[in-house]
Design a protein around this ligand. Structure first.
Ligand code: HGY
Ligand code: MN
Ligand code: MN
Length: 436
């Protein structure tokens, strides 16, 4: 069953225009007007294909094939449409458009809602559902995979008020004010009770899910560097994130002798470099550490920084290694604070354990890729994905395509069109096998 590659590419290019930073990458945070436009684009296409569309209170979108029927287990595919600040045009949205292309192709090959036989004679024994997971990047509230964590019950009612952005807006506030999205007439009247944030219909019946697939760009250098067309993911890295606040003594930048300073930014810089050299010493050359977010107060050139807050995240495919390196980093941070006589407060921010994906699905995918003579590599994912949340409960598989120069989460993020189409075709073939 062949997908329509030009339709896939046209959808990707159309949705890439929904950005708050045109010309400087894609910025499309969950619950923003731009994301509302992307959602509406996807929902309109799904409805045109005769699909059933449900939007839950977290704004996860569930799209069902027209021939889905109650009582049959479901094969899910999906990803996210939100991005990081000035991110790329493919992260997340490629998996959503790939799963949408599968949906549209299947719809074309099934006569109507009553039939489960395609015009190519394939009998579909399972339902097919496309899911768009909300707030995967955590760009609003700092926690990745938020929509999927609520769907599987890792997040619950208290988290609606715990998750807060820099302005003090909670996730609950954001969800209750969606109506204020400007020109929201374009946006879907969500198919749920608007009076409050009702989590009751967010949890999915995981027993009813046979398997889940996520198509994604690799976001790293491996496939492009080694010349592979497709990656079959065997393990998704875990991560542990802490938030460090270092409190020094603010003072005049000119009149304060160097020996009398307690500069919070110099302390943070030394602590971050200590973490970098600790994790870079990993003999497996696999663990990674990043201090991606930093706030410096009062952030003025002629004032010695008084307070610095930064995040530190450690990732690896082994949970013990994550914790060992994070504990070593915490020890180093405390040692720097002590020696420089600055205050130091460390808060656990979030974590997700690494997860090995389903051997059954990896084997099936390898057999399929061998049959199609695809040039593929079985590999880890250094990025986390919503698939990881589902993988705890259902057979889950991930397909990667190469990222040019290994770049992602930046405007330069890109993948050759032929690889984008090949990856989506492999998803189509994999899902069709799974539906039989
Ligand atoms: O951070 C990640 O790995 C993902 O892009 N949210
Ligand atoms: Mn992603
Ligand atoms: Mn991402």
């Amino acid at each position: 069953m062949k997908i329509n590659g030009s339709r896939l590419l046209a959808n990707l290019h159309s949705i890439s225009k929904f950005t708050d930073t045109p010309g400087e990458g894609v910025t499309r945070f969950s619950y923003s007007p731009q994301e509302a436009r992307a959602r509406e684009y996807i929902i309109k296409r799904a409805e045109a294909a005769g699909c059933d569309v449900k939007v839950d209170t977290l704004q996860n979108i569930h799209i069902g094939l027209k021939s889905n029927r109650p009582g049959r287990r479901t094969v899910m595919a999906g990803s996210h449409i939100d991005t990081v600040q000035n991110g790329g045009w493919l992260d997340g949205i490629y998996g959503v458009c790939g799963a949408l292309e599968v949906m549209e192709t299947l719809s074309e090959h099934i006569a109507d809602a009553s039939s489960s036989v395609t015009d190519e004679g394939d009998i579909l024994n399972y339902n097919y559902q496309l899911t768009v997971f909300a707030e995967e990047e955590g760009s609003n509230f700092g926690s990745t995979m938020t929509g999927s964590k609520f769907m599987v019950g890792l997040y619950n009612e208290p988290d609606l008020d715990k998750l807060m952005d820099g302005s003090g807006r909670t996730l609950r506030d954001a969800l209750k004010n969606l109506d204020n999205i400007p020109d929201s007439t374009e946006c879907r009247t969500p198919l749920y009770n608007r009076s409050d944030v009702d989590l009751s219909q967010v949890r999915i019946d995981l027993d009813n899910v046979k398997s889940m697939f996520e198509l994604h760009i690799e976001q790293g250098p491996v496939l492009a560097r080694e010349g592979y067309q497709v990656g079959i993911v065997n393990c998704i890295f875990g991560m542990r994130v802490i938030e460090v606040t270092m409190s020094g003594v603010g003072n005049h930048a000119g009149a304060t002798p160097m020996a009398e300073r307690h500069d919070a930014l110099c302390a943070a810089a030394e602590a971050i470099l200590a973490a970098e050299s600790l994790v870079s010493a990993d003999p497996n050359k696999r663990a990674v550490v990043t201090a991606g977010h930093i706030e410096c107060l009062p952030n003025q050139s002629n004032v010695i920084p008084e307070t610095v807050k930064f995040t530190l995240e450690v990732r690896d495919n082994d949970n013990d290694s994550i914790n060992t390196y994070m504990e070593k980093c915490i020890q180093a941070i405390c040692e720097v604070a002590e020696r420089r006589q600055v205050g130091c407060e460390i808060r656990e921010h979030s974590k997700a354990a690494p997860f090995n994906l389903s051997d059954r699905i990896i084997d099936d995918m390898q057999k399929r890729a061998d049959a199609e003579k695809l040039n593929y590599k079985v590999m880890n994912s250094g990025a986390v994905h919503d698939a990881c949340m589902l993988a705890y409960y259902v057979d889950t598989g991930m397909i990667f395509v190469p990222s040019i120069n290994g770049r992602s989460h930046v405007p330069e993020e890109d993948t050759d069109e032929k690889d984008l189409v090949a990856g989506a075709q492999f998803l189509m073939d994999t899902i069709l096998d799974e539906l039989k």
